[in-house]
Design a protein around this ligand. Structure first.
Ligand code: CTP
Length: 404
């Protein structure tokens, strides 16, 4: 680990005292640590002790007034390989989520181009507050990684989620992020389908569905972060292309299948798109007009190709691992198992898309992972980015790579 650099931003929680232990353990592994303290953190932890432990100058708000000539904000935020915020208060999390930059710590977090790892520590009510949860969801969406909080007794006398994770846990996560092989899927080729498909009735009308593409895009982004070379074949969506991913935009199921076949061979395919099962038999070349007194047109539908089944049974280039989704509104597990067998994929992630579930178009997802005939794995309700991260960790394990 020698030569690796961490910028440690310490904000004002009681747990700030644990930062000294963290610096000591990182230094033991040859990792250079540069500390930044917020004004509140300075009341709780000694800058002098941190400077002695880290062997580096400790920066705080006054720095911006006196040392700007010596080291600019931007350089300070860019020189690290990883930015760690520990402990992270509800306040710094809120500032990060909103892009505020009114002190040195928040300015560095806005200016950095490096991965950011956040270890929250706060009162359980503050952690559970919808405002904090909204901010956390936004940051996860922005690619920030969270570790903790842990559950337990708090300094304030209350119990619940809000404790800073122990230094061991934090050090381990930092090491994983700093390791070059924290990209376990380097060299792996992946294909992801996402979003709805639109099946033209005429040049202006189409049949589609409520898929937002969020889950598929999050999976493509997580695969890319893990080092995979990713092709994302996306139906029409209102969200941006994920960074580091080759995105192919398509409209119809038939276009989606053609783009997927063109991307073969791949090692892994994840079909997250909500492909329209049927398309109008004929797509009118001109806009259909209402004729005076004529009956409304009758749409005859024909079945679309099944992309997941086609990839799963591909003779020439069957991916090593094919993962499908099962969107169900009735009995979940049995229907998903039948779908897995029918389509021939290896894994299936089943989700309940009943009207109340808000999965389609929503931010969160609750899935059952079925990988074989053994028991299904029920994941808790998670934001779609976290579902993606967990799925990618499982894919890495299945391909004999370590989890990210
Ligand atoms: N799928 C696909 N091509 C299709 C239909 C579905 O690739 N023409 C994929 C989806 O991307 C998903 C899985 O198959 O990974 C299951 O999709 P789902 O909508 O749950 O099932 P359907 O096959 O459409 O079956 P049904 O609507 O009868 O439940």
């Amino acid at each position: 680990m020698s030569g690796r650099r961490v910028l440690l931003i310490i904000t004002g929680g009681i747990a700030a005292y644990k930062a000294q232990e963290l610096v000591r353990r990182l230094k033991e592994r040859g990792i250079a640590v540069r500390c930044v303290l917020t004004r509140a953190a300075k009341e709780l932890v000694s800058p002098l002790a941190l400077a002695a432990l880290s062997g580096e100058k400790v920066y705080d708000d006054l720095f911006s007034l006196t040392d700007e000539a010596e080291m600019g904000h931007i350089r300070l935020s860019r020189e690290a390989d990883l930015v760690v915020v520990a402990p992270a208060t509800a306040d710094i999390i809120a500032k990060m989520a909103h892009g505020l930059a009114d002190d040195l710590a928040s300015t560095l977090l806005l200016a950095t181009d490096k991965p950011v790892l956040v270890a929250p520590a706060m009162n359980p009510f503050m952690w559970r507050h919808p405002a904090t949860q909204r901010n956390v969801a936004q940051l996860i969406h922005d690619g920030v990684e969270f570790v903790g909080p842990a559950e337990g007794d708090m300094a304030c006398g209350e119990t619940g989620p809000g404790r800073l994770v122990e230094p061991d846990v934090l050090v381990e996560r930092i090491l994983v992020r700093l390791e070059p092989q924290s990209q376990p899927l380097r060299g792996v080729r992946a294909l992801v389908t996402s979003g709805p498909t639109c099946e033209a009735i005429d040049p202006v009308r189409f049949i589609a569905n409520r898929s937002s593409g969020r889950q598929g895009h999050a999976i493509a982004a997580a695969l890319a972060r893990a080092g995979a070379q990713v092709t994302l074949v996306s139906g029409p969506v209102a969200i941006p292309d994920p960074p580091g991913v080759h995105t192919v935009h398509v409209e119809s199921a038939r276009d989606m299948l053609a783009a997927c076949e063109a991307a073969l061979p791949v090692d892994v395919a994840v079909c997250a798109a909500a492909v329209a099962d049927w398309r109008p038999e004929m797509s009118a070349p001109q806009k259909l007009k209402k004729e005076e007194g004529a009956a409304p047109p009758v749409l005859r539908l024909v079945e679309n190709p099944d992309i997941l089944a086609t990839l799963s049974r591909h003779e020439r280039a069957r991916p090593r691992l094919v993962v499908g989704f099962a969107a169900e509104t009735g009995e979940l597990e049995a229907a998903a198992r039948r779908k897995r067998a029918k389509k021939g994929c290896d894994w299936i992630l089943a989700n309940d898309v009943s009207p109340g579930s808000q999965v389609f178009g929503g931010e969160r997802n609750q899935v059952l992972l079925i990988t074989g005939d053994g028991p299904a794995e029920a994941w808790p309700e998670l934001c779609k980015e976290e579902v993606a991260r967990r799925l990618v960790a499982r894919i890495a394990l299945a391909l004999g790579r370590t989890a990210p």
